[in-house]
Design a protein around this ligand. Structure first.
Ligand code: GAL
Length: 680
């Protein structure tokens, strides 16, 4: 749903990629303010040794740059940028607005964010102010302007890094300024209170509003809060955060109109921002990704995150702005990366469209909250495996420079709409086992294992280029998306829908009639009752598959029943169906299938959609291609302890060896085969 208050993105030519360095970008966050100046000199020499060509600086330096309100000290940053420039290292300059100084909080305590429970968050950490605080916006744009004015013509500067990870750790704020801004946003969205009352269904539980100033932020209340109100507050919050970014970006553009401006996303890991809207506002999409260390399939989740990032970037090159060389410090068990994992992770992002591989951070911090976080240069220094792997990666990225600017082509798309996740995550749903993230991961994993490249798409986006579109979790579907999905299938597209999709509209109001109201005729069936299963209950399908979590009483209309429930609450009823709608086909899967059971259904649909599955990769071998005018780059990343083989021909850019017919990928290693003249 388009945010009514968001001005359309101005018509600008797509911003250029960073003008320097010439090859792939390699580097990380660099926080030299934690070290004496002699260490800076040592750091820069080590950066050169590693082939680092881009660093992000100043991200948390507000208090050093503006030690007292209106008093500035740029001497240290002048010196640092000069040193970096002299060494040929380019700078991604941060605006430090994710960490306002102590003087700011003392003077403007009303800018402190307030939680839904009513707690005012204190200072002494990091994280932004209330996004609706006028004092914060003024102070943030001021320090940004000071930086932009001072460094506009500095030769090291190639990119602006606004703020840090908007939406984390602060997103929704329930302070007074936010309530006022929310009301203003609602007035612009609805125009009249009647329209708002209708959209929010306020006749339920007698919640009707008679005056705009009766409306509060949906703070914790006696029972479940109005769900449409909560959904709107999430939309409003994403919008308010985005306005903070736009305010800084527009100040910067006055001084450096030709330099790209970005901010770091957390693609699949931040549900506070609607990144489809955000990606229209940044010049280059940049992303931070950290492994969920305890998951043994975290390389698959990494791929999913990278594929979403590429999709947000409109399939243009994007930056991996942060990831880690080893363990992070903020998970329950901070599992270290195993030898080779640093390279596999980095090259997987690259394979999925990144033209920059950056880490948090260059030198490990001795003090502060992140002293146990890995870095490119660990506490133990240059005699370490991590440092050697950092040097090796620098070499590899030079060998892979030809990949720069190439693109990834996908014939399959998974629908991704954060508004749908926001709505589904509200209270009082039919089962606490419903989990949109889990279903998307399950569908994605089947395709990853099959070596099938996947884009993500908003349900209102043009889908006509995809042979198969998947909706593993699309609870909320607005009218525009309904029309889009209908016409996609009607015109010959193939759509596979999983349970609890197509249920409500943009106000979390159930589409009229039997579910799934938004997709009933496309799927050719009606659901008469949701039949959630008990914890760990398993049901059997006539095709031999096992279902968990969910079943439904389905009345098939035009749909063909492919498989039935043999037992459980929907016994003898349809479980999996396929319908012809116009020139296209729509599949429906009404229970939670996993592993081979899900793969069976999904890969059948892929074949039905005309997708050639080709040679199936051995377990744990990641296969993905980037295409350029010069030919195809096939990335083969072996995540296992066993050697692997895969058909390929050309030159392995990393080993320099010719591959004729079969690539041999030793355990834990990577091959990147360039096949000239082939483009898909
Ligand atoms: C990121 C953040 C960095 C650093 C890193 C540690 O989310 O942007 O500043 O904290 O996490 O993993």
């Amino acid at each position: 749903m388009t945010d009514v208050l968001q001005a359309p993105a101005p018509q600008r030519a797509p911003a250029p990629w960073v003008q320097r360095p010439a090859g792939l970008c390699y580097g990380g966050d660099y926080n030299p303010e934690q070290w004496p100046r002699e260490v800076w000199v040592e750091d820069i020499a080590l950066m050169k040794e590693a082939g680092i060509n881009l660093v992000s600086v100043g991200i948390f330096s507000w208090v050093l740059l503006e030690p007292r309100e209106g008093e500035y000290d740029f001497e240290w940053l002048d010196h640092l940028l000069d040193l970096l420039h002299d060494a040929g290292i380019s700078v991604d300059l941060g605006t430090p607005t994710a960490a306002p100084p102590a003087w700011f909080w003392k003077k403007y305590p009303e800018a402190l964010p307030v939680t839904r429970e009513g707690a005012t968050l204190g200072n002494g950490s990091r994280g932004m102010a209330s996004p609706s605080s006028p004092e914060y916006r003024r102070a943030a744009t001021n320090i940004t302007e000071q930086l932009a004015r001072r460094y506009a013509s500095h030769p090291a500067l190639v990119l602006w890094h606004v703020h840090n990870e908007y939406g984390a750790p602060v997103s929704e704020s329930y302070d007074d300024n936010s309530v006022l801004a929310f009301r203003k946003w609602l007035r612009a969205r609805y125009g009249t209170l009647d329209a708002l009352n209708q959209a929010w269904g306020t006749l339920f539980w007698g919640q009707k509003y008679g005056e705009w100033d009766e409306i509060d932020a949906p703070r914790v209340s006696a029972s479940v809060s109005n769900q449409a109100q909560r959904l709107d507050f999430r939309r409003f919050t994403s919008h308010a955060l985005l306005q903070c970014f736009i305010a800084e970006r527009d100040v910067i553009r006055q001084y450096t109109p030709d330099l790209p401006v970005t901010t770091n996303f957390m693609a699949t890991n931040c549900l506070s921002a609607d990144y489809w809207a955000w990606s229209k506002e940044v010049d280059i999409v940049a992303n931070d990704h950290y492994l969920v260390a305890q998951r043994t399939d975290n390389h698959v989740l990494l791929s999913m995150d990278a594929d979403l990032t590429r999709s947000l970037a409109g399939n243009r090159p994007w930056m991996l702005m942060e990831h880690s060389t080893g363990a992070v410090n903020w998970q329950g068990r901070n599992i270290a990366k195993r030898p080779g994992e640093l390279a596999r992770n980095s090259i997987s992002h690259l394979a999925r469209g990144a033209d920059a591989v950056m880490f948090f951070q260059f030198r490990a911090s001795r003090f502060g909250a992140e002293k146990f976080h890995s870095a490119m240069l660990p506490h133990a220094g240059t005699g370490t495996r991590i440092w050697r792997e950092v040097l090796d990666l620098g070499d590899d990225l030079k060998k892979l420079a030809a990949v720069k600017g190439s693109t990834v082509e996908s014939r399959v798309a998974i629908l991704w709409d954060v508004e749908s996740f926001w709505a589904q995550d509200l209270e009082w749903r039919p089962s606490s086992d419903l989990d949109h993230r889990e279903r998307i991961e399950a569908f994605y994993t089947v395709l990853w294992k099959a070596g099938i490249s996947v884009d993500f798409a908003h349900p209102e986006a043009d889908l006509s280029g995809y042979d198969l579109v998947l909706a593993p979790a699309l609870y909320l579907v607005g009218d525009k998306a309904v029309a889009n999905l209908r016409s996609y299938v009607h015109n010959g597209g193939n759509l596979m829908v999983s349970y609890f999709s197509g249920i409500v509209d943009v106000n979390d109001t159930v589409h009229a009639g039997a579910s799934p109201g938004a997709l009933r005729d496309v799927l050719g069936l009606e659901i008469h009752e949701f039949l959630p299963l008990r914890h760990e209950e398993t049901i059997t399908l006539s095709n031999g598959a096992a279902g968990t979590v969910w079943a439904e009483e389905i009345l098939p209309g035009s749909a063909t029943v492919l498989s039935r429930y043999l037992d459980g609450p929907a016994a003898s009823g349809p479980a999996i169906t396929r319908n012809t709608f116009g020139a296209g086909t729509a599949w429906y899967v009404s229970t939670k299938l996993d592993g081979d059971d899900l793969a069976g259904v999904l890969l059948d649909a892929a074949r039905g959609a005309g997708i050639d599955l080709g040679t199936q990769p051995p377990a744990g071998l990641e296969v993905v291609a980037r295409n350029a005018a010069s030919g195809k780059f096939t990335f083969l990343i072996n995540h296992t302890d066993a050697d692997a083989e895969y058909p390929a021909a050309g030159l392995d850019l990393l080993s320099g060896e010719t591959v004729s017919g079969t690539a041999h990928i030793p355990a834990g290693t990577v091959c990147v085969v360039h096949t000239p003249g082939v483009t898909s």
